[in-house]
Write a protein that binds this ligand. Structure first.
Ligand SMILES: C[S@@+](CC[C@H](N)C(=O)[O-])C[C@H]1O[C@@H](n2cnc3c(N)ncnc32)[C@H](O)[C@@H]1O
Length: 353
């Protein structure tokens, strides 16, 4: 058994292992694919065909047929010959973007024939753990058959939608995807799931077809897009989760494929919004966003700005002081306090216009 146990992709609850598959508490069963050999590691199938959208149906019609693996291998040979790359060396360089260490646990989504698995196994070593999943049972059967026991370790395989992963939050040190996300029904979900299952500080790398923006409009771009329309897609950089940090976007393979790499963070980027602005307007990022009141007439605005300048205060400090003074006069007992957010400057004495 590996360190990382499967969870229900819908409820995230732990699953029990039975002879035919993985069970949920309520009896729902995720069946194992038929085993290639009696001793092969079981491959659970989390595919929910009833929930499959157009993208999943299109992918299954392409990648889950009797000839799919041969057709795809043929495509890979064409692709790497077209761009003059050695596939194994190219995949090693792609995997290097994950900055893996010995013992790491890594997930590959949309693994296809699993050609990224050997360089990942080399990087994490026998003490690491590699999981690979794909929507297509045919691709997973082929990958599991080829990489069942390689490099002193046993990769684990599963079938399912990469936008609904059967793993707990933060289970992996890194996640990798190449070549399928353009066809996902839920691209943002596919990226968010990679980020979710990677621990904070772990690396996520994903890439797919999409000619670089500066090539659009050239005959080169028209030719490659005419050849495969998916190469006209754009990098989904705006779909990254707000937790993404140290984001990098670049283009590879004749600048016809984008690659996004990022570190999984927690929450929004750290920021101190209470640093006071020096100068005429004053206030802070916090007050300018959360403290906006109604507008006043242009004449009043101009008079307030003049009064603040004459008092040697920023407009923010002048308003804060005078409005609090007015509130105190009106009997508001909290008027002198700084409120529930820290004011980074002492509240100045009220100044009458
Ligand atoms: C072009 S192949 C890429 C395979 C492999 N990553 C590689 O680099 O050669 C795209 C793969 O994505 C898989 N795929 C498509 N939609 C998927 C989804 N929603 N979830 C998981 N895999 C998906 C397909 O079944 C197919 O095996």
């Amino acid at each position: 058994m590996g360190r990382i146990a499967y969870r229900c992709p819908a409820t995230r609850e732990a699953l029990a292992t039975g002879p035919d598959g993985l069970f949920r508490r309520d009896g729902a069963l995720y069946r194992f694919l038929p085993r290639a050999q009696a001793d092969s590691v079981p491959v659970p199938n989390f595919l929910d065909l009833a929930a499959a959208g157009d993208g999943q149906r299109a992918s299954l019609s392409m990648y889950d047929t009797a000839t799919a693996t041969a057709v795809y291998r043929n495509f890979l040979d064409w692709l790497f010959a077209t761009f003059g790359e050695d596939e194994a060396a190219w995949r090693r360089a792609m995997v290097a973007r994950l900055a893996l260490r010995a013992g790491d646990a890594v997930l590959v989504t949309g693994c296809g024939l699993g050609d990224d698995i050997p360089p990942i196994m080399d990087a994490v070593g026998a003490g690491g753990e590699v999981h690979a999943q794909d929507l297509s049972p045919a691709m997973v059967q082929a990958a599991a058959g080829q990489w069942a026991r390689a490099g002193g370790m046993q990769p684990r395989f599963s079938v399912g939608d990469a936008a609904r992963l059967p793993f707990a939050d933060g289970a992996f040190d890194a996640a990798f995807h190449f070549g399928g996300i353009n066809l996902f029904d839920d691209i943002a979900g596919g990226i968010a799931e990679m980020a979710r299952v990677v621990r904070p500080g772990g690396r996520v790398v994903l890439g797919d077809e999409g000619v670089a923006p500066w090539l659009r409009g050239t005959d080169y771009a028209r030719m490659v897009i005419a050849n495969i329309p998916l190469w006209g897609r754009e990098a989904p950089i705006a779909l990254l989760p707000p937790t993404a940090r140290q984001v990098r976007l670049d283009w590879i393979l004749g600048n016809c494929f984008w690659v996004i790499s990022f570190t999984a963070g927690e929450g929004l980027p750290p920021i101190n919004p209470h640093v006071p602005h020096k100068g005429r307007r004053g206030g802070t990022m916090w007050t300018r966003h959360h403290g906006v009141l109604e507008g006043v007439t242009p004449e009043t605005r101009q008079r307030v700005e003049s009064a603040a300048g004459a008092a040697g205060l920023s407009v923010h400090d002048w308003l804060e002081a005078n409005l609090r003074a007015r509130l105190a006069e009106a009997g508001d007992v909290q008027a002198g306090s700084a409120g529930d957010q820290p004011s980074s400057t002492a509240i100045p004495k009220p100044v009458r216009p």
